[in-house]
Design a protein around this ligand. Structure first.
Ligand SMILES: [Zn+2]
Length: 454
């Protein structure tokens, strides 16, 4: 009896112990799940800390605005337009010309990564523009531009940058505004009509006329993006690999729409604005939770978060912008992340050449600072390469006329190169007959350049 009592007591203890073990395990598992939900970031099988990757993303290229030339506002009170508030420097922002693109490519090509490839900038392009001529609106798709925004030689300079491996276009927007709101507002009496006639892109309420606003219909947005992707392919001879929403405004519908078109590399998720989340502390918490939820729910999407700011022409002290961006870059590497630098077109294209000079100088100094000694130098990547490295540790990309094949893992890998990439590297389709492409064995941690056979 005594023994049975003891056994019973022990069973009771075991039960309590088991219950406690289950409870503790449950708490740990829940903690891990909650932890990975709340704090989980981008996946990685790569030693980013020693890889020292730098990606430069630049929005607004190809945008026919804000003004066609420096005199556009003469005699007009821009405040009466009620277009919204912009940083001062934006009021005289303009479409890039061939000299600006060439100057930027010269700065980039002056800095090479430790793999020998130059610094590369990813201009995120706006594909179409509207101009009011006579009594009707005319649409222009790149490379065509409205008459007031003619830029002789622009596309030659772009082609040259692509050929040098310093210019790697991606997709930003169709218009950068809701075209219906512009059409309604831009012809109203008074100053709105005057600025429209002068080719100024702003209109009443333009600051809030987001291209991807929640009021826009799925079918309109779908048609627009399909058209833009076709324009992009026609202009640059390849598909879009990465997308950045205009004005940082987009919602779940938009990501689904992009996903249906194989656009799964999304820039600037942390900056996303969605009025449906609300404002204040509650809005911020909701945004954070939604971001983590989206990461878990759509593991096929790759979000590239900008973690360095190089916006010197909007700041009173460009030197400190450069210093901070260098610190942010080193900080990203130390935290085991690639450095993803944001630097808008405004820094390199402007009606005032002094503004452009500040932007170019800041970029030059930034790249000089982070290059350091050759063994410390970074590797300059495109989003396309970065996304592939996140996916499988290897990548291919067509840069300066060769196929660059990378293996950032610790073991030898075989990388498949699609025939299309080989054809593009060869220029006139030397490899088209190979059909399926090629397989290349790349040693651990190496980069190989495939040079097409002549
Ligand atoms: Zn933009």
């Amino acid at each position: 009896m005594v023994g049975a009592g003891l056994r019973g007591e022990r069973r009771g203890k075991d039960l309590k112990l088991t219950t406690r073990v289950f409870a503790v395990t449950g708490i740990v598992v829940c903690g891990l799940v909650a932890g990975s939900f709340l704090f989980g970031g981008a996946r990685s099988a790569i030693a980013w800390r020693s890889f020292r990757a730098v990606v430069i993303q630049s929005d607004d290229w190809g945008l026919a605005g804000f003004v066609p030339h420096a005199d556009a506002w003469r005699g007009l009170d821009r405040e009466k337009l009620a277009s919204g508030s912009f940083p001062e420097v934006y009021w005289l922002s303009t479409l890039e010309d061939s000299a600006m693109v060439a100057a930027l490519n010269t700065v980039l090509s002056g800095h090479s990564g430790r793999d020998g490839h130059p610094a590369v900038l990813q201009p995120n392009y706006v594909m179409s523009s509207l101009a009011h001529t006579g009594d009707r609106w005319v649409r222009y798709d790149l490379p065509d531009l409205p008459p007031l925004y003619r830029r002789p030689g622009l596309w030659n300079a772009v082609e040259e940058g692509i050929a040098r491996g310093t210019w790697y276009p991606e997709f930003h927007a169709t218009w950068h505004y809701d075209p219906e709101i512009r059409k309604r507002g831009a012809l109203t009496a008074g100053i709105a009509r005057k600025v429209t006639d002068r080719g100024i892109m702003l209109f009443p309420g333009s600051e809030r006329a987001w291209e991807l606003g929640s009021w826009r219909s799925r079918s309109d947005l779908g048609r627009e993006v399909d058209h833009s992707l076709a324009v992009f392919r026609n202009l640059f001879g390849r598909d879009v690999h990465s997308v950045m929403a205009p004005d940082y405004h987009w919602d779940d519908r938009i990501e689904a729409m992009w996903g249906n078109r194989n656009l799964r590399v999304i820039q600037g998720k942390r900056e996303q604005l969605n009025p449906a989340w609300g404002t204040g502390k509650f809005g911020r918490v909701r945004k954070y939770v939604m971001r983590q939820w989206t990461r878990l729910r759509y593991p096929g999407r790759i979000y590239l978060e900008r973690n360095c700011r190089l916006e010197p022409v909007q700041a009173p002290d460009p030197d400190s912008v450069v210093r901070t961006c260098v610190e942010e870059t080193r900080g990203a590497w130390a935290a085991g992340q690639p450095a993803i630098v944001e630097s808008h077109r405004i820094n390199f294209a402007h009606t005032d050449s002094a503004v452009v000079a500040v932007g170019l100088d800041a970029l030059d100094r930034y790249l000089g600072e982070i290059s350091g000694n050759s063994w410390e130098s970074p590797v300059y990547l495109t989003d396309h390469e970065l996304a592939q490295l996140y996916d499988r540790g290897t990548s291919w990309s067509v840069r300066d006329g060769v196929v660059v094949v990378r293996n950032a893992t610790r073991s030898r890998k075989v990388v498949g190169i699609p025939a299309e990439a080989l054809a593009r590297a060869a220029g006139e389709g030397e490899f088209r007959s190979t059909g399926w492409g090629a397989l290349v064995a790349v040693p651990a941690g190496s980069t190989i350049d495939l040079v097409p056979l002549q």
